[in-house]
Design a protein around this ligand. Structure first.
Ligand code: FAD
Length: 481
């Protein structure tokens, strides 16, 4: 049977985009269906990754300027800068990225259809545009990469004027004096530090006791110290009672109780940002009779080749669940294309790094010191505090730590954990060393540009080297191998 396309991709986020680009490189005929009638790029370009990072960059610039030069009248950043300036900064980046994505698709002869796509059967997609006109397309393969959306809260009515979510915060018209963030994940911490950099008084209400539990213990301690220095108030184990408007005092009120206490506490605030979970965009995506299996939360079940329970239908990105990031979605979309066209491709060889774009940034890969100990692996730790890194001095960014976790018996690198300027970039030097099975020798023997933040790796390696060298010949022998 002849089909219109080799693959139809539902959704133009990172998973869909990379699947399309890889498929055209295999000389395949590709159609991307995108529901949003004005933008391509999904949450990646329009609601999540890029806009939040653009805001972070603008806020970090303002903070740096403010802390370096101060203000002769003692004004806070929000009294000097307008949200409109920040949004303009963000808009310029989004416009440019949107154009680039569009150009890439056109250049690579990927066709696009605007409208909501629904699978009628395993080879047919019906696309209904804003005007209600429907068109049917067929393909040998289908990729579902429809992403996720903010999970609606049962308790909090996100009305988008005073109570916002990660989508509507991008349309805020002013910098609030006070912002209460309900949430405890990465995005909550990113926005807490972004608005704090603008002078906003931040309260973060976390429902858990253990914040960002995957972080290295020492890195977390430094993060908490930095947040304290910024006057960001964190209330742990907060159970939200309600959020409402106080018309008399013209503010919002958030009522909460700390776990195991009956005392109702009220926070007065100007704006509330609710960062709950995500839910996959899988509702009404296929007609009855097509048995694409999903789990109890609605995520699509796939095998190691991104195949769903229907052999020619693939899924990638946020719709398949954790780790749900743009970084991972790019890789998954490409691997799904390789799998559907029987092209071999190697899967990532080391752990996936994580990056938190807070101010300062945090990143990590591999084993933490604690995890290694729990696994019974004897490890030796190397530390480089940013205050000892020349580039950090030059840039006036001396808050930070790079921590290397080495296996003691052969000084192989097992983990890297960083808090500080450039952490999300810096992590990849460690990732590369880990992927190649490098030991401490890599950082001791090779020349790294100077001054750079990468110097931190050399400092941390020498921190171990000097210690173990003094400790005795046992280690010296390892290094001399
Ligand atoms: C505030 C925030 C910050 C983030 N920061 C980062 C970060 O720093 N780094 C990182 O790696 N990740 C980050 N993420 C996560 C990242 O944005 C997502 O994991 C990623 O965009 C998911 O990609 P995707 O391709 O699965 O889906 P999406 O990017 O969500 O794209 C899905 C697309 O499918 C379309 N669609 C949905 N249903 C249909 C349909 N039926 N028919 C046609 N089209 C449809 C949607 O309109 C959308 O365009 C962040 C997320 C948020 C919310």
């Amino acid at each position: 049977m002849a089909f219109d396309y080799d693959v139809i991709i539902l959704g133009s986020g990172p998973a869909g985009f990379s699947c399309a680009m890889q498929s055209t490189k295999f000389d395949k005929k590709v159609l991307i269906v995108e529901e949003n009638d004005s933008h391509l790029g999904g949450t990646w370009l329009n609601k999540g990754t890029v806009p939040s990072k653009a805001l972070k960059e603008a806020a970090a610039l303002i903070q740096k300027f403010h802390s370096q030069f101060g203000d002769e009248k003692g004004r806070k950043p929000f009294e000097k800068f307008r949200m409109e300036d920040l949004l303009q900064y963000k808009r310029t980046i989004l416009d440019s990225k949107n154009k680039k994505v569009k150009t890439d698709l056109i250049k690579n002869e990927v066709e696009t259809a605007r409208g909501r796509g629904v699978l009628l059967d395993k080879n047919t997609v019906e696309v209904t545009n804003q005007l209600g006109t429907s068109t049917k397309y067929t393909a040998k393969n289908i990729l579902i990469s429809t992403g996720s959306s903010p999970k609606p809260s049962k308790q909090i009515d996100v009305g988008h004027s005073h109570i916002l979510d990660y989508d509507s915060i991008l349309d805020l018209t002013h910098i609030p004096r006070r912002l209460t963030i309900i949430g405890s994940g990465i995005i909550a911490f990113e926005y807490a530090t972004i608005f704090s950099a603008l002078g906003t008084r931040i309260t973060l209400l976390s429902d858990t006791d253990d914040l960002l539990p995957f972080l290295d213990k020492e890195i977390k301690e430094i993060l908490l110290k930095i947040l304290k220095k910024k006057n960001i108030q964190i209330i742990k184990e907060a159970e939200i009672d309600g959020v409402g408007k106080n018309d008399l005092r013209t503010c919002m009120e958030v009522g909460f109780r700390v776990k195991n206490s009956d005392r109702l506490q009220i926070i007065e605030t100007d704006q509330v940002l609710h960062i709950g979970g995500k839910s996959p965009n899988t509702k009404k995506l296929w007609k009855k009779g097509l048995s694409v299996k999903i789990d109890s939360a609605g995520y699509i079940k796939i095998d190691e080749n991104y195949k769903t329970s229907v052999p020619n239908i693939y899924a990638a990105g946020d719709v398949v669940g954790e780790p749900s990031s743009a970084a991972v979605s790019f890789v998954q979309g490409r691997l799904a294309a390789c799998s559907m066209f029987d092209m071999t491709s190697d899967k990532p060889t080391v752990d996936i790094p994580y990056g938190i774009y807070s101010i300062p940034e945090i990143a990590g890969i591999g084993l933490t010191e604690l995890k290694a100990q729990e696994m019974g692996i004897d490890v030796t730790i190397g530390r480089a505090f940013y205050e000892n890194v020349t580039q950090a001095d030059i840039k006036h960014e001396t808050d930070g730590l790079l921590k290397l976790v080495f296996r003691t018996d052969n000084l192989q690198l097992l983990g890297v954990h960083i808090i500080g300027y450039h952490a999300t970039d810096l992590i990849h030097l460690g990732q590369s060393a880990m992927a190649n099975g490098n030991t401490i020798k890599y950082f001791i023997e090779n020349v790294l540009n100077y001054p750079t933040y990468s110097e931190a790796y050399r400092i941390a390696a020498f921190n171990v080297f000097n210690r173990v060298y003094k400790a005795g010949v046992k280690y010296k022998k390892i290094l001399e191998k």
